[in-house]
Every structure is written in C-alpha cells, then in structure tokens.
Design a protein around this ligand. Structure first.
Ligand code: AMP
Ligand code: ZN
Length: 574
C-alpha cells in the first residue's frame, strides 16, 4: 500500500537532505566560499594563459587563433592532455608551453584535489566518525516520560506528549536507530541500554513522571527490575503475552497493559449484533460505556427522540458512529441501520435495553481473519458470549491450543468463500499486514454487502483507507494504545471514545456547591456537557440530569468533551 511505505522513503530523503545540509552549515560554509574564490582564480589563470598564447603565436610565429581556440589549447595543456594538434615551433613558445603545463599541474591537479579533500571530504568523514548520540538528559530534567521501545503505539503517544508539552525521552540501544531518530523533528533520543542502571541514572529516572517499558516481555522485565532497584518512579509496561502480566507486576510494574488482548476485545465487541451487555467497552465509576450497533434493534430508522431510549431504559445516547465519523446526536438525528450508538448508563440500564432489544437479535456468525494474538483474543472473547466464529490464518498459532483455524491465505477468494463469508453476520479483519487488511475489507464487502466489518489498522495512516475500503469500524492499534497510556500518565479517570472525545469524571468545584446545573453555566464555560451526576459514595447516579438539579459537596460530574476541555476544567474550575 502506498501509505505504508511512505515513512521509510521520507526518511531517506531527509537523510540525503541532512548530508547536503552539512555543506552549508558553519565551517563547511566558510570553506565553500574559499572553493568558489579558488575557482574564480583558476578561471583567471586560464584566461590569462589563453590571451598570452594568442599574443605569442601571432608575434612569434605569425599564426592567428580565435579566443575559443586559445582557451581550448590552454585547457588541454594545463590538464596535461596535450593533444599536439596546436604546437609552438620556437624556443620562447616551448618555454611558455612548459610554464602553462606546470601551472596546470600545480593549480589544477595538485591544489584543487588537495583543497577538496582537506576542506570538505576530511571534515565530513571526521564529522561522521566523531558523531556520538546523546546519552542521558540534562541533570535538572524532571517530570519527563522515559520511553523504552518506539513503535506505532509509542509514536502516537509521543505526538500526544508533544501536543501537551510534556517532556519525554526515547531510549534505544541500537546505534543506527538513535542516529536516525535524532535527525527527526522534535524527537528526543538517548542512546543506551535501558536495562542498564547507569543509563537510567543519566536519564534522571528518579525524577521522571513515568517509565514506559515497550520492548518484548523479557526485556521489559529487565528494565522494570533495574528501575525498581533505583527508584519508585511509576512504571507502565505493555505486555504481549497476557500470562506474563503477573511476572511483570511481581518485578515491580505499577500498570501492565495487555494491549493485544484489549485490542481483540475492542474488535470483538464491535463485530457482533448481540444484546447490549455484550458491547460494554469501558467503565467510569459505576457508569458503563457501551457501543451498540443500531442494526437489529427496534430503533433502526427512527429519530433519537422517537426511539425514546432515555425514557425507556435510562441510558444516555452520547455519540453515534457512522462509517468512521463520530457525532453527538440531537433529538432529530436518525438512527441509521448501519450506525453504532454510544450509550452511557449503569448495568441495570443496559439490562433494561437488553430486555427491550431482545437477548439475541439473530443468529450471529463471526469470521475472524488472522489468528495471531489479537485475533485469538477476539475469538476467546466471542467464545465466552457465546458467539459462533470461524478463524482463518496462514499458519497454525503456536501459542493457542484452544482454537482450530482454517489454514490458508485469506486473500485467496476460495479461502474466504470456504470460510462461509456469505453466511457470516460479522467480520473481524486482523492480520498484521495493513495492505492485506485493506484488501480483505474490500473483497469481503464485495462478497457480502451486508456483513458488519471491523478492521484493525496497524498503522495510524491506514485508518482512512480501511474506511474507504468499506469497513464499518476501524480499530487503530496505535491510537487505542496511546490513549490508554495517556490516560494512565495523566492519572485521569476518563474513557476514550474517539480522537478528541472522551467521557471524564470531575469533582464539583467548591465554587459551585449549592448551585444548580443551569446557574453553574458549565456548558457555556467549558464547552463540555454533563451527562451524569455521581452522588457521594457512588451509591446514586443521575443520568442526563435536568438543568435544575442541585450540585452539592462531594458530588462528581461525569462529562463528555475533548481532552482540551477536560484540561480546561481541571485548570480553571476551583
Ligand atoms: P498478530 O499481529 O499477533 O495478531 O498476528 C497476525 C496474524 O495474521 C498472524 O498469525 C499471521 O499469520 C496472520 N496473517 C497475516 N497475513 C495473512 C493472510 N494474508 N491470510 C491469513 N492470515 C494472515
Ligand atoms: Zn486462539
């Protein structure tokens, strides 16, 4: 896919540009001036010799040559080519020709190459050889995030950290990677083995906000043990194998994120048309956030007001997905059959919805393309519902003894048809190759126009292409991972809905104790909407409170808004 290869190509261009840039910087720039002056001098010598040649030929031997011919003669003699097609026949002429040859040897064949090597080539090679990647950070650095292992997830995190002005440093023990990353705009890199105590001390790990261990499970264990031998800095580890989570915790990690397992759940949640409780994505206090496909519910095709979801179940509809676009629906918004609504409420509310929509709307069959760690986790999730599924993979998953997959390349039409793509209600596309994922999404949409397709994007830049190929829902590894990490780093209690939209909890500030929601003017002041009030002790919840509801001490507001709006609330409301 074109998008996939872009970064590498871009990088090559950057490197060449970087090398060229070397010649216009600092001392090299000074030397470039010397070279230009020398060339002007050479031109003057050639011209002077040519004019003298013309004069001598005319006066010594009575032969007349044009200026072009004179320059030609001078150059062939100075470069010691000496074709011999134009020659002197007198002693003074021979003397002059010898002088021109010698001046050519000195100025053109000795001084020029020597100057080029000593002024440009040698300093450049020296510069490359002397290059030492940065090791460590300034001794006064505090509150930074130390990132071990840069991949699409931590890259997405880096851009979030940059946007929030949180300092960070990426550590790598690969020389080439350090060199490459240091040339990248705004990337802070340090060269060294992150499991080495001395390296960590130079990174001021004791004063860091957090350390993120994102290498393989064994290397992560080493990092965690070393950091713990030095300080109590919060440690977040991403784990490949969920079974290893316990070891990483024992080693001293504060948070262990089984990202691939979570991604599998995200995919599975969105691929079935089962009852409401099967779609819970996350929770905040007692509030559950669920994403429910409209398809198969009695609300399909109705307006939000007519559907009366709030009146009938107590749930708040806080968002709607339609082919990759997230909107906050108003009373008039039509709940399209292929849309997915985001609802917030308690378990009781969701049970009420489940009663309303029926436990099982139809016989589900979900096809899972890719039985790696993520596909396997999706299968395990569906197995528990239980939802029937068929797995397809090129190879047998050596880590899984639970599932039996159809073996074959999913991009072959016969394999897809053999795996009953025609009968399946849902499809999870989860190979590690985005090119294949885009192709599979497109082919499946063609083979079964009504199937619910949930696709995985291994790289952020392929999200749009997956939607364009016909996915109903795209789960981006990088974006989900970076949001989980960011939520932990900012110690906030929030649930990520989509880029720029989250549900967060915020204690009622003292200045608002005793006011009502209307008089607090929260929405006009902050831009975010209160979707629930949490009573002290989390016993009671008021979902979609009325403007006249009283705000009291100890109460928490559950709000929906952008990360910036949340930051504004925490900063400005006291
Ligand atoms: P993971 O990244 O751990 O979820 O693994 C991805 C899985 O996708 C691996 O098990 C691969 O064998 C599988 N895979 C990659 N390309 C294809 C393909 N074209 N057809 C079937 N399976 C594939
Ligand atoms: Zn499995």
């Amino acid at each position: 896919m074109p998008g996939q290869h872009l970064p590498r190509g871009e990088h090559r261009v950057k490197t060449i540009a970087g090398e060229l840039a070397y010649f216009v910087r600092g001392r090299a720039r000074q030397n470039l001036k010397v070279l230009v002056l020398y060339c002007v001098f050479l031109l003057a010598v050639i011209l002077l010799n040519a004019l003298t040649f013309r004069f001598l030929m005319l006066h010594l031997e009575g032969r007349e040559f044009t200026l072009i011919a004179s320059v030609y003669w001078t150059i062939t003699v100075m470069t010691t080519l000496g074709f011999g097609d134009i020659t002197f026949h007198t002693d003074p002429g021979y003397l002059f020709a010898s002088f021109v040859t010698l001046s050519g040897v000195v100025f053109l064949l000795i001084l020029l190459p020597f100057g080029m090597v000593s002024l440009f080539l040698a300093p450049w090679i020296e510069n490359r050889l002397r290059y030492r990647p940065t090791k460590g950070v300034a001794p006064a650095t505090r509150g930074h995030v130390v990132i071990c292992g840069l991949d699409p997830v931590t890259r997405a995190l880096v851009s979030k950290l940059k946007a929030r002005n949180i300092p960070f440093v990426v550590v790598t023990d690969k020389y080439e990677e350090a060199l490459r990353l240091e040339e990248e705009d705004g990337m802070r890199v340090s060269y060294g083995n992150p499991a080495d105590a001395e390296v960590l001390l130079k990174l001021q790990v004791g004063g860091a906000r957090a350390v993120i261990a994102n290498l393989n499970d064994t290397d992560n264990t080493n990092i965690i043990l070393t950091v713990r031998s030095l300080c109590r800095t919060p440690l977040i580890a991403l784990v490949d194998e969920p079974e290893h989570a316990e070891f990483l915790r024992l080693a001293g990690a504060d948070q262990v994120i089984p990202l691939k397992k979570l991604l599998g759940h995200y995919l599975a949640t969105r691929a079935t048309t089962q009852g409401a409780l099967a779609h819970v994505l996350d929770s905040i206090g007692k509030l559950l956030v669920a994403e429910l496909p409209v398809h198969g519910t009695p609300f399909s095709g109705q307006s939000l007001a007519a559907a009366g979801i709030r009146e009938r179940t107590g749930l708040a509809v806080v968002g709607m997905w339609e082919r990759g676009a997230f909107t906050i629906p108003g009373p008039e918004t039509i709940l399209a059959d292929r849309a997915v609504i985001v609802v917030v409420g308690t378990r009781e509310h969701l049970e009420e919805l489940e009663r309303l929509t029926g436990e099982k709307t139809e016989e589900d069959l979900v096809l899972i393309l890719g039985h790696g760690r993520i596909g396997c986790s999706a299968a395990t999730f569906l197995d528990r519902r239980p939802v029937p599924f068929i797995l397809v993979d090129r190879a047998v998953n050596p880590l899984c003894s639970e599932h039996v997959a159809v073996i074959g390349d999913a991009t072959a039409r016969s394999v897809l048809q053999g795996a009953s793509i025609g009968e399946a209600k849902g499809l999870i596309v989860t190979t590690n190759d985005d090119g294949a994922n885009i192709f599979l999404t497109l082919a499946s949409r063609h083979l079964n126009p009504h199937i619910r397709i949930v696709s995985r994007a291994n790289r952020e830049e392929n999200v749009d292409q997956l939607y364009a190929a016909g996915a109903d829902f795209v789960v981006s590894n990088a974006s989900v991972g970076a949001n989980i990490l960011m939520n932990i780093l900012e110690h906030k209690e929030s649930v990520f809905l989509t880029e720029g939209m989250q549900v967060f909890r915020f204690p009622v500030p003292p200045s608002m104790h005793g006011t009502t929601l209307r008089t607090s003017r929260l929405r006009s002041r902050t831009g975010s909407t209160v979707i629930a009030l949490e009573q002290p002790g989390e016993k009671e919840m008021t979902i979609l409170p009325s403007p006249d509801d009283l705000l009291v001490k100890g109460m928490s507001l559950i709000m929906i808004g952008s990360p910036e709006q949340e930051a504004f609330c925490r900063r400005e409301l006291h």
